[in-house]
Design a protein around this ligand. Structure first.
Ligand SMILES: Cc1cc2nc3c(=O)[nH]c(=O)nc-3n(C[C@H](O)[C@H](O)[C@H](O)COP(=O)(O)OP(=O)(O)OC[C@H]3O[C@@H](n4cnc5c(N)ncnc54)[C@H](O)[C@@H]3O)c2cc1C
Length: 461
């Protein structure tokens, strides 16, 4: 008789939890996963997937404008929010079903319940009101949208989760935030014809990205009609008799809008999870503190994904899960490598970024050569579309190694995946330049940047 009910009990069926449970099941382990809302988690149901579908929808308005010089007339184009919203929900539900089928096929037990930790080897299923035991418990509960509770009337604003389900498309929206989720929703709403204002407390949007990219994206979004108010915050939201909202800003400005949206960050889902019952250590932000092998301080409890607040992206949660399974169940320890993870922002123009920003490289003491180009793509010139593309390479002046690649322009998220291979492989600028261009593309500029715009006077070794 085994000592525990399960070899692995996973709490949370999102990107990380599903992958870990499936792999454990495939290895013949007795695995179960508890999910309190719907299998699929943030990425599938209220994050990456529905967001990207909305971004695609929003891009048509510019495509219709661009089409004219290519000989097309699409003056009859009309947009219907309900059709898009319902189709997106159908699609994410379809994906959720596939996740369930895959878990089933791997022999994983799916328990639709909220689970909390009772002790180092016991999980309590709160709706069913029973407890189960497991040799190992994996916390994969993700995070939630942060609401600034101290702001009067904050409850009158929606979050990204609500935005997918709106009854009607607003005519005007105010979005608080300057990170990637705020920018992506601003792009979506603006592209769908909504008068969009972004309110951000910092000096410039996209904190953490390279400064040239931040300036470029901010200018491009403003040129495309998104109002961006930096250096201000929302201090109060009041409901109006006409059903609208009145947002008051720290600069005393007041904006009447159909919707106000919080996109001011996310927080780990550890509240009420019972981790204190097992003595699990949390970080200051309430994330589960783990080592490179996703081990908590309690030997039987592990955590992957957003709940650990390392790099909060889907592919990272999945990789952490794969590394956890390999380490714990296949006797092949893998420490997750969080360096040079590429990321994208699906705003307009979209951003792709990998490796060090110029600021980070300088902070680390590198002497640099900076290569930069700023141009309009052939398609945009022909279409009369003013959007510009910026590409930047951050190169170590001594070793010639390409430390970072930053792109803001059409197809940047697609380009950066390939550039990330070169950055991860530690290739030099000379090796990039030895690569023949693909013509006519925008990406060819990446191997054609001849002279640096900044040279720190440190000859390549
Ligand atoms: C709007 C938005 C857009 C995003 N876009 C991108 C993108 O383009 N690219 C990208 O890489 N990442 C993106 N992300 C981030 C990405 O969604 C997350 O990094 C990823 O989903 C994290 O996976 P996870 O497994 O850690 O958690 P999640 O996917 O959040 O899954 C956690 C699951 O645990 C469940 N749960 C929580 N508590 C309990 C409990 N006590 N018992 C049972 N179940 C519980 C939740 O219901 C949830 O299903 C986006 C996020 C948002 C919000």
């Amino acid at each position: 008789m085994p000592q525990y009910d399960y070899d692995l009990f996973v709490i949370g069926a999102g990107s990380g939890g599903v992958r870990a449970a499936r792999l454990a099941g495939k290895l013949g382990k007795r695995a179960a996963v508890a999910e309190q809302v719907q299998v699929g988690g943030t990425c599938v149901l209220r994050g990456c997937v529905p967001k990207k579908l909305l971004v695609y929808a929003s891009e048509y308005s510019q495509s219709f404008r661009d089409a004219k010089n290519f000989g097309w007339s699409v003056d009859w184009a009309r947009f219907d929010w309900a059709t898009l919203r319902d189709n997106v929900q159908n699609e994410v539900n379809r994906l959720s079903d596939i996740y369930c089928k895959n878990l089933d096929a791997a022999g994983v037990e799916i328990i639709m319940d909220r689970a909390v930790v009772q002790d180092a080897h016991t999980v309590r299923l709160t709706r069913e009101g029973r407890s189960v035991t497991a040799e190992r418990i994996l916390i994969a509960v993700g995070g939630h949208t942060y609401r600034p509770g101290e702001i009067k009337g904050q409850e009158y604003a929606i979050t990204s989760t609500d935005a997918f389900l709106l009854d009607e498309l607003p005519s005007r929206i105010v979005i608080a935030g300057g990170g990637y989720i705020a920018l992506e929703f601003a792009t979506v709403f603006a592209g769908l014809g909504v008068e969009t204002t972004l309110v951000y407390r910092g000096e410039r949007i996209l904190r953490g990205f390279d400064h040239d990219i931040r300036a470029h994206v901010q200018a491009e979004m403003q040129r495309a009609g998104v109002q961006i108010l930096c250096g201000s915050t929302i201090t109060e939201i009041a409901p109006l008799a006409n059903g609208k909202r009145l947002a008051t800003l720290s600069n005393s400005m007041q904006i009447e809008a159909d919707q106000v949206m919080w996109a001011v960050g996310r927080a780990p889902n550890t509240n009420g999870l019972g981790l204190e019952n097992a003595g699990v250590t949390l970080t200051e932000r309430g994330a589960v503190k783990v080592d490179a092998y996703s081990r908590s301080n309690v030997p039987s409890i592990f955590a992957v994904g957003d709940v650990t607040d390392r790099v909060n992206l889907t592919p990272v949660a999945i990789r952490e899960a794969v590394a956890f399974i390999s380490t714990e169940f296949q006797a092949k320890p893998i420490a997750m490598d969080h360096a040079d993870i590429a990321s994208a922002v699906f705003c307009a123009p979209p951003v792709g970024s990998v490796g060090l920003t110029e600021e980070q490289a300088r902070e680390q003491g590198h002497k640099l050569c900076i290569f930069r180009t700023n141009f309009r793509t052939m398609k945009h010139v022909f279409a009369g579309n003013e959007q510009r593309t910026l590409m930047k390479l951050v190169v170590d002046a001594k070793t010639d190694r390409v430390l970072g690649v930053h792109i803001a322009g059409a197809d940047a998220p697609e380009m950066i995946q390939l550039a990330a291979i070169a950055v991860k492989a530690g290739l030099t600028k000379a090796q990039w330049d030895a690569t023949c261009a693909v013509h006519p593309t925008a990406a060819e500029e990446l191997v054609l940047m001849g002279e640096p715009v900044v040279h720190d006077n440190e000859a390549p070794a």
